[in-house]
Design a protein around this ligand. Structure first.
Ligand code: KG4
Ligand code: ZN
Length: 337
C-alpha cells in the first residue's frame, strides 16, 4: 500500500510517499526557515499563507520523486493535531479535497505519535519503550506500549526544550533556528564556563517533569551569577553551558523513567533529538538500546505521517470529511486521563 503523507503543522511544508509503512519512496521537506528568520521565530500567519502556496508543488514533487503515477496512491495521511491551527488547516483541507476527488481514503494523524513512529522507518522497533519526544512545541517522556498506546510520565511545566533553545538563541542573537545555532556554537565552547541551575522539581508529582524557565532566566538575565571566571564570557561558552544543562535536565528525568519502569529501550524523536550532545550521551550508554531517527526524520516530515497513516489505513480506519484540526491534544498532558 502506498500512502501519501502530508505534514504542515508548523513551518515545514512536507509531503512523502511511503510504501507499506516502511519504505520511503520520497520525502520532500520545504522549509520556511529563511522566511521566518528575520523574526527569529515562526510567525503563524506567514506560515499558513506560505503553506497555501507551497502545498500543491510539494505534493507534486513527492509523487514525481517517488516515480509513481497519482493513481497508485492508495490513501492519504495528514497531520491534524497538535500544531498551529492555520497551518494545520492548509494540509488537512488539501488532503480532504485530494482524497475526495480521487475517491481514496484519508486519515487524520497525531503529530506526536507520528514523531514516535519515525524510527520505524529505519529500524525494527520493539515495544514497550521509553519515548523521549523533544521539539519546539513538546517535551514528553512516555512509555509506549504500542504505536498508539502511550502513557505520559512527564512533560514540561513551562517551556518546551526546543523553545528554550530558540529563546536563548534569539536573546543572544546566535542564529535561527536556535537549536541548530546553539548546537553548532557549542562545539567550539566550554560547558564548564557557566554552572547553570537545575530545576528543583524532583519529588512526587513532578518526578518526570522538566522546567526550563529557571535555566532560561539564568542564561539570559543572570549570566554573571553563574559564570566561572576562569573561562571567557563568549557566545560559544554560553551555548555549550546552556546546551549541556538543558540536555542534562532531560537526561535526568529520562534516567528516572528508565530506573522506575525497568524499560531499557529508548526511542527519541522531535527536532531536539537532532542535538549532537544528546545523541552523544545516549549513544554512549551501552546498557540501553537507543533508537535515534536520522536527522531528516527527527524534524517535521511527511514520511513519519505517511508511515503512521499506513498503520491505521491498513486496518481499515478512515477519517470522516468532517474532521477538523486542533491546536492541542489533552492526552499528551501529564496525568491524563
Ligand atoms: O520537531 P520540530 O521540527 O518541530 C516541532 O514540532 O516543534 O522541532 C523544531 C525544534 C526547534 O525548537 C529547534 O530549535 C529544535 O527543534 N532543534 C534543535 C536542534 N535541531 C533542531 N535543538 C537542539 N539541537 C539541535 N541540533
Ligand atoms: Zn514536530
Amino acid at each position: 500500500m502506498k500512502v501519501l503523507g502530508i505534514e504542515s503543522s508548523c513551518d515545514e511544508c512536507s509531503a512523502a510517499i511511503v510504501e507499506d509503512g516502511k519504505r520511503i519512496l520520497s520525502n520532500i521537506v520545504a522549509t520556511q526557515i529563511e522566511i521566518h528568520r528575520p523574526y527569529s521565530g515562526v510567525v503563524p500567519e506567514i506560515a499558513s499563507r506560505t503553506h497555501t502556496e507551497w502545498i500543491l508543488p510539494v505534493v507534486r514533487s513527492a509523487i514525481a520523486k517517488a516515480g509513481i503515477a497519482e493513481s497508485e496512491i492508495d490513501g492519504i495521511a495528514v497531520t491534524s493535531r497538535p500544531g498551529l491551527v492555520g497551518s494545520l488547516l492548509v494540509g488537512l483541507s488539501f488532503a480532504k479535497g485530494y482524497a475526495y476527488s480521487r475517491g481514496i481514503p484519508f486519515v487524520a494523524i497525531d503529530h506526536i505519535l507520528a514523531h514516535l513512529y519515525a524510527p520505524h522507518l529505519e529500524f525494527e522497533i520493539e515495544y514497550p519503550f521509553i519515548g523521549l519526544l523533544v521539539s519546539g512545541g513538546h517535551t514528553i517522556i512516555c512509555v509506549a506500549e504500542s504505536v498508539e498506546d502511550l502513557r505520559v510520565l512527564g512533560t514540561t511545566i513551562d517551556d518546551a526544550c526546543g523553545e528554550a533553545f530558540d529563546k536563548i538563541a534569539k536573546f543572544y542573537n546566535l542564529g535561527y533556528p536556535g537549536g541548530v545555532a546553539i548546537d553548532r556554537l557549542a562545539q567550539k565552547g566550554r560547558s564548564e564556563a557557566f554552572s547553570f541551575p537545575f530545576p528543583s522539581l524532583h519529588k512526587g508529582d513532578h518526578r518526570y517533569d522538566v522546567s526550563y524557565s529557571g535555566l532560561k532566566t539564568a542564561a539570559a538575565n543572570q549570566l554573571d551569577q553563574f559564570w566561572n571566571r576562569a573561562y571567557e564570557k563568549s557566545p560559544e561558552n554560553i551555548a555549550a553551558s546552556f546546551q549541556k544543562t538543558a540536555i542534562d535536565i532531560l537526561l535526568s528525568r529520562l534516567e528516572r523513567a528508565i530506573e522506575d519502569t525497568g524499560i531499557r529501550r529508548v526511542v527519541a524523536g522531535g527536532g531536539v533529538a537532532a542535538n549532537s550532545y544528546l545523541r552523544k550521551c545516549l549513544s554512549e550508554r551501552k546498557d540501553l538500546q537507543v533508537a535515534f531517527p536520522s536527522l531528516a526524520l527527527c524534524t517535521d516530515n511527511g514520511a513519519m505521517v505517511a508511515g503512521l497513516g499506513h498503520y491505521y489505513l491498513a486496518r481499515g480506519e478512515r477519517s470522516p470529511l468532517g474532521t477538523t484540526v486542533s491546536a492541542r491534544v489533552a492526552r499528551f498532558k501529564r496525568g491524563y486521563p
